[in-house]
Design a protein around this ligand. Structure first.
Ligand code: NAD
Length: 250
């Protein structure tokens, strides 16, 4: 069995739980060395320990993606331990949904800070290393919520994730000549510990119109990320790949 990411060095932000924890696991199982970043480092350490108890091929770090010095420090530690950075998955994200009348500027800014500014800061921080290598694969986790109005999605979240697509397209052009690929994945509703807490009919309401009957799991997102992180996608950059079972077909 060949591992498509053998010996690649990957960073996954928000790797402490949910989709990010599964992304870290699947990248690791494909042969990558993985640095697991999370604002809750206890969670990241637990996931890292479950993958590689000796810690040779994992590096959990406490990182707040909204804080540039914290991100720069973490990049330094990854390069110190693993010598390079091949893959960055910008997965850390939050959602605080409110109707527009209750959407305070503070709540708006909070979601933009993590989802949009955090993605910018992490992309910026790995760029010098990836430029030196003339190689890099950046994958930004956007959302179906950025592509079309969806029930249960706040304007803050939609704006942040649409902004992530803007960063993806612009950076793909800017860094393409340096051998750096920048793509986005737009998951539809994914069953994680968090979304499983909603009543099934609420989750089902987010899936109305879906072509494929199967619900979405973190592994479905991970498969798309592995493809975009591997050399199997070497003529693909600047795309936003919909991973939603055919909720959005146009
Ligand atoms: P989650 O809440 O289960 O996990 C997010 C992780 O990010 C947590 O471990 C959290 O501690 C971490 N995090 C939060 N703020 C951070 C910060 N400032 N710095 C570093 N880490 C931080 O979320 P999830 O459902 O697994 O979602 C992961 C990504 O996928 C998010 O970007 C989300 O918007 C996107 N997404 C999720 C779904 C879904 O249905 N779950 C659908 C589409 C897109």
């Amino acid at each position: 069995m060949s591992m498509v990411l053998y010996n690649r060095v990957a960073i996954v932000t928000g790797a402490g739980k949910g989709i990010g924890a599964v992304l870290a696991k699947v990248l690791y199982n494909e042969g990558a060395k993985v640095s697991l970043w999370d604002i809750d480092v206890g969670l990241a350490k637990k996931v890292a320990q479950s993958l590689d108890p000796l810690g040779n091929h994992v590096l959990p770090l406490e990182v707040d993606v909204t804080h540039e010095p914290s991100v720069q420090e973490a990049v330094k530690k990854v390069v110190e331990k693993f010598q390079r950075i091949d893959i960055l998955v910008n997965n850390a994200g939050i959602s605080i949904h409110k109707p527009i009348e209750e959407m305070t500027v503070e709540i708006f800014d909070k979601v933009i800070a993590v989802n949009l500014k955090g993605t910018f800061i992490c992309c910026k921080a790995v760029t010098p290393t990836m430029k030196k290598q003339s190689y890099g694969k950046i994958i930004n986790i956007s959302s179906l919520g950025a592509r079309t109005g969806r029930p249960g999605v706040g304007v803050n979240y939609a704006a942040s994730k649409a902004g992530v697509i803007g960063i993806t397209q612009t950076l793909a052009r800017e860094l393409g000549p340096n051998g750096i690929y920048v793509n986005a994945v737009c998951p539809g509703p994914i069953l994680t510990d968090q979304t499983m807490q909603y009543p099934r009919e609420v989750f089902a309401s987010w899936n109305v119109g879906r072509a494929i009957q199967k619900d979405g799991y973190p592994e479905d997102v991970a498969d798309a990320v592995v493809f975009l992180a591997s050399d199997r996608s070497d003529w693909i950059t600047g795309v936003s790949l919909d991973v939603n079972g055919g909720i959005l077909i146009r």
